[in-house]
Ligand binder design. Structure first.
Ligand code: ADP
Ligand code: MG
Ligand code: ZN
Length: 732
C-alpha cells in the first residue's frame, strides 16, 4: 500500500471515528474494498466489522447499501453513525417500518448524494420499486452484514438472505461486495461464498480468540442461587442472563428483583412496548441485568456488558459464541458462565423432533459439538478456536477459562486411545461418533447388524467403560488432532496423519477425570476476572460514567453513544481539560469532542482543581508534537504575540501558508488567540461584522463569505483570520 493512502486512511479514521489505529485487519480490508474487490470478512463479535464498510462508504463517491437482518439492528447502527457526524442525513435505513412519506424522504436524501450509508432489510430488496430506485443512484459498495444468515448451517438462517445476490445483480454487475460475519465454521463460510457468487473474494479471517472473555461451565445445580450470588459479587455491572423459555425468563427476573438486583425480563411473548422499554432501560443503564431469551441481543451493541450467563445450554457453539460474544466488546472484562446438565440436551433434542428431517440432522450434529464443548476438560478457548477452524498454539489460556484455572485430575489413557483409533481404522473411516461408541460397547443396533460388524473380533472391545467415557476419549482425540470430523458429512470420524502416527508409535496421552464440585459454593464461582485498567482514577471514572448517563438521558440516547467505557477510562487516566486534549483520548474524534465534550471537560477540570491532581504533563505537548513540529512552532510564536509575517519568514512560509496552518490548528480543536495581530489589521467593529456573518451563515466556507461581502470589502486574508478567531471562540 502506498504510504500516502495509508496516511490518509489513518487520518480519515482519526477524523471521523477518533480512533488512532485500525483494529485487526481493518486496514487491509478497507484497502481491498477501495480497490473495488469483493471482500469476505470473518471477525468475531466486537472485532470492529462495521467500520470495514463504514469508512470506505464515507470515502467513496455514491451511497453504500448495507444489508442487515434486523430492523432494530439497523436503527441502532444508523444512530451510531449519525452520532459521529454533524449531518443527520449521512445515514438512513429503508425497511418496512417506514411509511411512504418517510421512505420518500430517505430516497430524496440518497438522490442528492448526502447519504453515504443506506441500511436496507433483505425483504425490502425484493421490492421492485426499491430495485428501480437503487438502479437510479450511484452505489459505492454493497455490504452484507451478518452474512451467516445465508447458510442453513449458520445459527440464524434467513431464506430472504439467499436472494441478495440476485437482487444486487439486477441493480448492477459491477458493485464491489463485502460480506461480514462473526461466526463461520469452514462449512458456513463456503456456503456464503457460493451463494453470493464471491468465490474469488479475498478472505480476511481474524482470530476468533476473544482473549478478554473468561469461559466457564458449571454443573446445573442450585442454578438460581448461583446466578444471584455471582451477580451480587459483581455489583453495578451490566450483564445478560439467557434462558431457554419465556417462563424461565419471567421466573429468574423476578427472583433477581426479589434479591435486590436491578433486573428486567425480555422475551418475544411480552407486549412490544414493555419489551422495548425494558431493552432501553438496560441500554440506558437504569437496570444492570436483563434476563432474556435469545430473542434479545442481535441488535444490542452495548459495549460494556460485563457478563453473559447461560441458564441453559445453547443449541450450538455458534449460538454460544455469538451470545457470549456480547460480553466485553470494548475489550474490558467479560465473564461467560454456562450452566450445564445433560438433561437439557435431551430437551433440545426433543424440540428438534418437530422439524424437517434434514434440519433435525443438522441440529443434532450442532448439539453434539455443544456437548463436547461443555464436557471437555481441556482449554475451552482452544476448543472454540478449533471449532472455527483455527489453530491455537498455546496449551492453555492463562487462567482465562475454568479448565485452565481449575485443571482436572489426569489419568493415562494411551491404551484406550489406541483402541479407539484402531477401531476407526478398522471400520474404514466411515462412521460417526454414535456408531463408533455403540461398536466399542458391543451394542447390537440395527445399523451394526446391517453391516455385520458384530462379527468382528474387536466388536465390544471397549465394554468395560461406558458411553460417556468413550465420547470423552473421542472428544479429546479430536481436540488433539488424531481424528477429524468431516465437514461436508458433518460428523464422520476419520483418522488424521497424526492419528496414524500415534498408532505406529504410541506415546503417553493424559485424560482428565470429571471435576468434582464438592460444594458449588466455593471458588468454582468466578467473581472477578481481570480488572481492565489499574491506573484509572476510579472516582473520576464513576463521575464521568454518571455524567454520561445523565447526558444520555437528556438526549434520549444510550450512554455509550456519548462516550464508551474505554474513552472514559482514558479520560480518568489522562485528565484532559481542553478540547485539543480531548481529541487525543481514545475513541474521541473531533465530531464527538465538539458535540459532547464540554461538560466532560468542565467536570474533569473541576475535579483536577478540587483534588490537586497532577496531570500527566506530557499530554498537551504530546498531542501537538504528534501532529507536526511546524504547528507547535506557530502556536508558540502566537503565544509570544509574534506578527504572522515574521512567523512565516522564520519558517520560509508565505502569509497565506501560515494562515492555512492556523486553519488546520483551529479545525483540529485548538484555540488560538490572534487578537494582538487582528486588532492591528482590522477595526474590531469590522471583525464583529464578519463574525456575525459566520454566526448566521449555514456554512463557514470562506469563498461564500467573500461573495457575500463583495470582493472589495474585505481581503481574503482578513476573512480567513476572522474566521479563525470565530472558530476559536465558538467551536473549540
Ligand atoms: P462487530 O460488528 O464486529 O461485532 P462493531 O463494528 O460493532 O463490531 O465494533 C465493536 C466495537 O469496536 C465498537 O465499540 C467500535 O466502536 C469499536 N471499534 C471499531 N473499530 C475500532 C478501532 N479501529 N479502534 C478502536 N475501537 C474500534
Ligand atoms: Mg456488527
Ligand atoms: Zn483455557
Amino acid at each position: 500500500m502506498s504510504t500516502l493512502i495509508k496516511e490518509s486512511l489513518n487520518e480519515e479514521l482519526k477524523r471521523f471515528f477518533g480512533f488512532d489505529n485500525f483494529k485487526g485487519k481493518q486496514e487491509q480490508i478497507i484497502q481491498n474494498l477501495l480497490e473495488g474487490n469483493d471482500t469476505f470478512v470473518i471477525m468475531p463479535t466486537g472485532g470492529g466489522k462495521s467500520l470495514c464498510y463504514q469508512l470506505p462508504a464515507l470515502m467513496m463517491t455514491g451511497t453504500a447499501i448495507i444489508v442487515s437482518p434486523l430492523i432494530a439492528l439497523m436503527k441502532n447502527q444508523v444512530d451510531a453513525i449519525r452520532n459521529y457526524s454533524s449531518d443527520e442525513k449521512i445515514a438512513h435505513f429503508l425497511n418496512s417500518s417506514l411509511n411512504k412519506s418517510d421512505a420518500n424522504r430517505v430516497k430524496q436524501d440518497v438522490k442528492t448524494g448526502q447519504t453515504k450509508l443506506l441500511y436496507v432489510a433483505p425483504e425490502s430488496l425484493t421490492k421492485q420499486e426499491n430495485i428501480d430506485f437503487l438502479k437510479s443512484i450511484k452505489i459505492s459498495l454493497v455490504a452484507v452484514d451478518e452474512a451467516h444468515c445465508i447458510s442453513e448451517w449458520g445459527h440464524d438462517f434467513r431464506p430472504e438472505y439467499r436472494r441478495i445476490k440476485e437482487m444486487v445483480n439486477s441493480i448492477s454487475q459491477k458493485i464491489p461486495l463485502i460480506a461480514l460475519t462473526a461466526t463461520a465454521t469452514p462449512k458456513v463460510q463456503s456456503d456464503i461464498q457460493k451463494n453470493l457468487g464471491m468465490n474469488d473474494a479475498k478472505v480476511f479471517k481474524d482470530s476468533f480468540n476473544r482473549s478478554n472473555l473468561y469461559y466457564g461451565i458449571q454443573p446445573k445445580t442450585n442454578v438460581a442461587k448461583e446466578i444471584i450470588k455471582f451477580i451480587k459479587s459483581n455489583p453495578n455491572k451490566s450483564g445478560i442472563v439467557y434462558c431457554l423459555s419465556r417462563k424461565k425468563v419471567e421466573e429468574i427476573a423476578e427472583l433477581l428483583q426479589v434479591n435486590g438486583i436491578k433486573a428486567l425480563p425480555y422475551h418475544a411473548g411480552m407486549d412490544a412496548n414493555t419489551r422495548a422499554a425494558n431493552q432501553d432501560k438496560f441500554l440506558m443503564e437504569d437496570v444492570d441485568v436483563i434476563v432474556a431469551t435469545i430473542a434479545f441481543g442481535m441488535g444490542i451493541d452495548k459495549p460494556d456488558v460485563r457478563f453473559v450467563i447461560h441458564h441453559d445450554i445453547p443449541k450450538s457453539i455458534e449460538s454460544y459464541y455469538q451470545e457470549t460474544g456480547r460480553a466485553g466488546r470494548d475489550g474490558g472484562e467479560g465473564v461467560c458462565l454456562t450452566f450445564y446438565r445433560y438433561k437439557d440436551i435431551e430437551k433440545l433434542e426433543k424440540f428438534l423432533s418437530g422439524k424437517p428431517i434434514n434440519e433435525q440432522e443438522i441440529g443434532r450434529q450442532l448439539l453434539l459439538e455443544m456437548i463436547s464443548y461443555a464436557e471437555t476438560s481441556s482449554c475451552r478457548r482452544q476448543f472454540i478456536l478449533k471449532y472455527f477452524g483455527e489453530e491455537y498454539n498455546q496449551e492453555n489460556c492463562s487462567q482465562n477459562c475454568d479448565n485452565c484455572k481449575y485443571p482436572r485430575e489426569q489419568f493415562e489413557a494411551k491404551e484406550q486411545v489406541l483402541v479407539l483409533l484402531n477401531v476407526i481404522l478398522e471400520l474404514n473411516n466411515k462412521f460417526k461418533t454414535k456408531y463408533i461408541i455403540n461398536y466399542l460397547l458391543g451394542k447390537f443396533t440395527t445399523g451394526i447388524e446391517s453391516y455385520g460388524h458384530q462379527k468382528n473380533d474387536s466388536f465390544g472391545v471397549g465394554k468395560e467403560h461406558d458411553d460417556k467415557f468413550w465420547s470423552a476419549i473421542i472428544r479429546q482425540c479430536w481436540v488433539a488432532g488424531f481424528i477429524q470430523k468431516e465437514i461436508e458429512n458433518y460428523g464422520i470420524l476419520k483418522l488424521t496423519k497424526k492419528g496414524k502416527k500415534f498408532i505406529e508409535s504410541p506415546y503417553s496421552f493424559e485424560l482428565a477425570k470429571d471435576r468434582e464440585y464438592p460444594d458449588a459454593d466455593d471458588e468454582s464461582i468466578v467473581t472477578n476476572v481481570r480488572s481492565s485498567d489499574v491506573s484509572t482514577d476510579e472516582n473520576l471514572f464513576k463521575m464521568l460514567k454518571d455524567l454520561t448517563k445523565n447526558i444520555a438521558k437528556e438526549k434520549g440516547l444510550p450512554p455509550y453513544v456519548i462516550f464508551q467505557e474505554p474513552s472514559l477510562h482514558d479520560m480518568a487516566t489522562q485528565y484532559p481539560i481542553c478540547s485539543e486534549e480531548l481529541t487525543n483520548i481514545v475513541g474521541v474524534g473531533q465530531g464527538k469532542a465538539a458535540k459532547f465534550g464540554k461538560p466532560f471537560l468542565e467536570l474533569i477540570k473541576k475535579y483536577v482543581e478540587d483534588n490537586n491532581i497532577e496531570r500527566p504533563l506530557d499530554m498537551v505537548v504530546k498531542s501537538v508534537v504528534n501532529k507536526s513540529g511546524q504547528k507547535v512552532f506557530i502556536i508558540q510564536c502566537i503565544d509570544r504575540k509574534m506578527p504572522l509575517e515574521d512567523i512565516g519568514k522564520a519558517k520560509g512560509l508565505q502569509l497565506g501558508e501560515v494562515i492555512t496552518q492556523l486553519e488546520n490548528i483551529v479545525e483540529s480543536g485548538t484555540k488560538v488567540n490572534l487578537e494582538y495581530y487582528l486588532n492591528d489589521l482590522l477595526d474590531p467593529d469590522y471583525q464583529q461584522e464578519i463574525i456575525d456573518y459566520f454566526l448566521e451563515s449555514e456554512t463557514d466556507c470562506v469563498q461564500e463569505a467573500i461573495e457575500e461581502f463583495g470582493a472589495d470589502t474585505y481581503s481574503e486574508e482578513e476573512i480567513r483570520l476572522v474566521r479563525i478567531k470565530f472558530l476559536s471562540e465558538f467551536a473549540n
